[in-house]
Design a protein around this ligand. Sequence first.
Ligand SMILES: Cc1cc2nc3c(=O)[nH]c(=O)nc-3n(C[C@H](O)[C@H](O)[C@H](O)COP(=O)(O)OP(=O)(O)OC[C@H]3O[C@@H](n4cnc5c(N)ncnc54)[C@H](O)[C@@H]3O)c2cc1C
Length: 520
Amino acid sequence: MALRGDIYRLFESVVGPENISDDPAVLRSYMYQPFGAKEGVWADISPAAVIMPSSTEEVVAIAKICNRYGIVFKAMSTGWGMHNLPGVEGAVSLDLRRMNRILEIDEKNMYAVVEPHVICMQLQVEAMKKGLNCHIIGAGSNTSVLASATSVVGYGPDGLSMGFSGRNLLGVEWVLPTGDVLKLGSLGADSGWFCGDGPGPSLRGIMRGWEGAWGGLGVFTKGAVKLFHWNGPTELEMKRTPPNYVLKEPLRFFKVSLFSFSTIEKLAEAALKLGEAEIGYFISRLSPSFVGLQLASGANYVATWNTGMLQQMLKYAFLFVIFANSEREFEYQQKLLAQILEETDGQTSPISETKEMQEQTSTAVIKVDAVVRSCFRTTGGFNTSFGSMDTVDLAMNQIKAGTELKDKYINKGVIMDDGGDNSATLAFDQGHLAYTEMLIMYDHHDRDSAEGACQYLAESNQACLDKKLGPPIFQISQIGKGKHGAFGPACFNYDSWLRKIKGEFDPNNTSDPTAYASPE
Ligand SMILES: Cc1cc2nc3c(=O)[nH]c(=O)nc-3n(C[C@H](O)[C@H](O)[C@H](O)COP(=O)(O)OP(=O)(O)OC[C@H]3O[C@@H](n4cnc5c(N)ncnc54)[C@H](O)[C@@H]3O)c2cc1C
């Protein structure tokens, strides 16, 4: 649905003619999206125009025009999923790529103030120069720091030491759906960016709750995020060329280990004990298939997989990384780790001691740069299921349920045979919280495969309800209209609160409600 000429010109007067487009070729480029639950890679709905504001003032002006003329808008930062595209006809996309500045790094108080299109790698490079580091979500260092902190999920395996994006958020500048600007936390009391919960209004729960509003509650234009101590060099020197590039020099007091356990229960016990011991920089339960996908090229992966070696050695395994501040601490952490492995019959995998594994994994762990090749390389299409954050035990039950269900679809030949259990499990908060995502790879250009993947996702959602495994992370946002229908009643009717919030903050329903909720 085309945008009326006079409204287009109003937007144009805000951002300038070079920063708005309704050219079909340009719009089409925004519709390409391999991370979606559907056949093909093109979104069904095109934005009516794409607008690229460069400042808070421009975002405010755009939101006000949208409210006046009944135009829906949808913000996108780095655009890593179908959920950043409008879900209604006639909406405009706000591509925030021009808002890409790191505004401040406060070394003493350990936080950075960023705009929406600052990516994790950009922030990490600058933070390391000051002996600091930032949390990077599992999707990789190519993603927006602010989008994860304010609007969508925020898990990553370095969460063991650097938390969860939503927790790391401090002061925030928020353009509400109406175009009014709200400043949260200490920023709201003109006291700087240092705190998310006051002095000044907190509203953290309303702004993002657990998972984020997925662009349904306006635009976050600036935010401060916590930074963490970095004990490595101020600049990382690399050797070789991507994707095989690795750190030139190994990091001091840094060790990557891959362990395997005889049963899933032993794996869970070890994860809990490691959490309680409060050691480690990075933890991720890696399935045999995921380890293979991280290490090898596509062809090598198939060859290695067919030997059966990965499946045999790594059935219940996890990757654990120690990064200590001193030799003494390094020894202490290794001692505790050895003790926990002894108590849980954990075995160090021979792969983990190889130079290749140490080099490649150190780089991947610090930069979080291996996800794209692991997820999209084999079949082109990728999606995920389960993923509710809960206890370590529930995460293990998600693995069991997901593996059983996936086997059915693998046997039908519609999704990739990755051994069924292709799950990533992470632990946070000293082992008190954990989650599992069960990944699937499929061919979205093949109708049977795409339909099979969609059926699997629907069935996995049902399994979450039937087996009480918690709401799935991404399916809720991807199902679209009516998405809360099944999960609302099962989870204290949370959706009725979302609708109330939406009604209060967005009376004209201007900020695209598709991935969030419409007012009651
Ligand atoms: C292969 C793969 C792996 C992934 N792994 C993870 C993972 O491990 N952990 C994780 O947390 N997520 C993961 N994701 C999901 C998700 O894509 C990321 O959370 C995302 O990258 C967040 O940053 P983005 O800038 O790309 O968000 P976008 O795709 O641009 O936006 C995400 C959502 O937030 C909204 N939004 C973005 N910026 C703003 C803003 N400034 N104001 C208001 N709303 C905004 C958008 O409307 C959209 O609904 C993964 C995705 C893929 C494809």
